[in-house]
Design a protein around this ligand. Structure first.
Ligand SMILES: Cc1cc2nc3c(=O)[nH]c(=O)nc-3n(C[C@H](O)[C@H](O)[C@H](O)COP(=O)(O)OP(=O)(O)OC[C@H]3O[C@@H](n4cnc5c(N)ncnc54)[C@H](O)[C@@H]3O)c2cc1C
Length: 405
């Protein structure tokens, strides 16, 4: 039996796993350093207290058992890949492969030219940071509630550096929570502020003007302070310093200005772009190899017109489905064709029951309808995962009972 190893149980890795289950000729192993799949696309709701930890994390072992196939889950950190011996070098053990799918995602890019960015701000691409942010946000709201009568609560300023998809969603959801809080407790939350900063001409750089305009309007309604065309020169412990030397104080700052390849990718000897994403060949294989495939955020993926596609969960999943088909074809000595996908649409959650989106480049929606569509997409994803996790969880309970009998 041929051995397919997937590194990374994120959006791309799990989709590859599900599709590989259709083929009986493979033994599949998934390696992830964490025991859970982190749904980063739901982070905005978790930070603002709308979702629970169970809404954004799924146990990988239960998911795998729910697939009812002979799949191995190895919780370990991958340190290197040996192309010579076809082995994945992990902290604990080495794992042999015939085909390898690299799906390790990316991490927050704390730009080195912004002094203090890494030291004084947080990324949200890992669950621990999201948890810390939520805890701080909640404790500030609680603090204000306790001191509402005597107005002893201190000012609290949240700064978000980077107004791309994730920065905008987080700012909007927190703005919405603050408004709700104000109404519910008849309190003045004016001294809690949210500032969203980007050096680009507009928020959501590169996106359709319909989305940009609707988003800007909504953020303003939610009381978010928007700083466009604003360059950050330095980040101090409690303030952001702009190019014109003015300063914006903060109590908590997050950095969502970009992504960069994870340490494993940096180490690999293969062509990469300036943010350490692997540049694969047109079949999404590591250049110069015929059995290592790269998917999701760790690759620079282009469409048929050589336009670089945005690093999104959607593209991670499409690239996963494509490489699984290719692996099956290669294994049957069939020809494979270049990757040819595009973005079907984009929906951005903008606090409460409001969203904005574009479908198939044409259909533009905003407000409650867009919110429903966005919810439908995320619910469908979550429902699929939960079905398998619940089945897997029951199976594990039965296994434990049998062991004790
Ligand atoms: C706040 C936020 C909001 C977002 N909103 C959206 C959205 O609305 N729509 C959308 O399409 N996209 C959105 N994205 C982007 C989306 O989350 C990513 O594009 C997607 O997660 C990429 O999937 P992936 O499989 O490539 O990597 P990931 O999902 O990041 O998974 C990578 C996996 O690899 C594992 N791993 C990494 N290194 C190692 C190692 N050395 N050894 C073992 N395991 C390792 C990690 O533990 C992780 O499980 C958002 C991102 C953020 C941060």
């Amino acid at each position: 039996m041929k051995r397919v190893v997937i590194i990374g149980g994120g959006y791309g890795g799990l989709r590859a796993l599900e599709h590989l289950c259709k083929y009986e000729q493979f033994h599949v192993a998934l390696i992830d350093k964490n025991p859970y799949h982190y749904m980063q696309t739901e982070t905005y709701g978790y930070i603002a207290g709308r979702f629970d930890i169970a809404d954004i994390a799924v146990d990988i072992q239960s998911f795998i058992e729910g697939l009812r196939k002979n799949i191995e889950f190895i919780q370990d950190e991958v340190l290197d890949i040996s192309k010579e011996t076809n082995e994945v070098i992990c902290k604990a053990n080495n794992v042999a492969y015939d085909y390898l799918i690299l799906a390790v995602g990316a991490k927050t890019h704390f730009f080195s030219f912004i002094e203090g960015a890494q030291e004084h701000t947080h990324g949200v691409k890992n669950i621990q940071r999201a948890f810390e942010f939520r805890r701080d946000f909640e404790s500030q709201l609680y603090n204000k509630l306790q001191h509402s009568a005597d107005s002893e609560a201190e000012d609290f300023h949240i700064a978000i550096a980077g107004a791309g998809l994730s920065g905008v969603e987080i700012a909007a959801e927190m703005g919405y929570v603050l408004q709700h809080y104000k109404k519910s407790f008849a309190l003045n939350s004016a001294n809690i502020t949210i500032s969203l900063i980007d050096a680009a001409e507009t928020i959501l750089p590169g996106m359709d003007s319909y989305i940009v305009d609707k988003t800007r309007k909504r953020l303003k309604e939610l009381g978010v302070n928007i700083y466009e065309r604003t360059y950050i020169s330095k980040i101090k412990k409690e303030s952001i310093v702009f190019n014109d030397e003015t300063e914006l104080p903060f109590n908590f700052a997050i950095f969502t200005a970009g992504i960069v390849g994870v340490d494993l990718i940096k180490k690999l000897d293969t062509p990469k772009n300036s943010i350490h994403q692997i540049i694969p060949d047109e079949m999404l294989r590591m250049q110069g190899t015929d059995n290592i495939f790269i998917i999701g955020d760790c690759a620079q993926i282009e469409d048929a017109n050589e336009i670089i596609l945005p690093p999104t969960a959607q593209i991670a999943e499409k690239s996963a489905e494509y490489v699984v088909k290719n692996i099956a074809k290669l294994d049957n000595q069939q020809l494979i064709t270049p990757f040819n996908a595009k973005v079907d649409g984009m929906f951005i959650a903008l606090g409460g029951n409001y969203a904005v989106g574009i479908l198939f480049d044409k259909i533009k929606v905003s407000g409650y309808v867009a919110h429903l569509l966005k919810k439908l997409i995320t619910r469908a994803y979550r429902f699929g995962l939960e079905l398998k996790v619940n089945t897997g969880y029951k199976k594990r309970q039965i296994d434990v009972l049998e062991q004790h009998c």
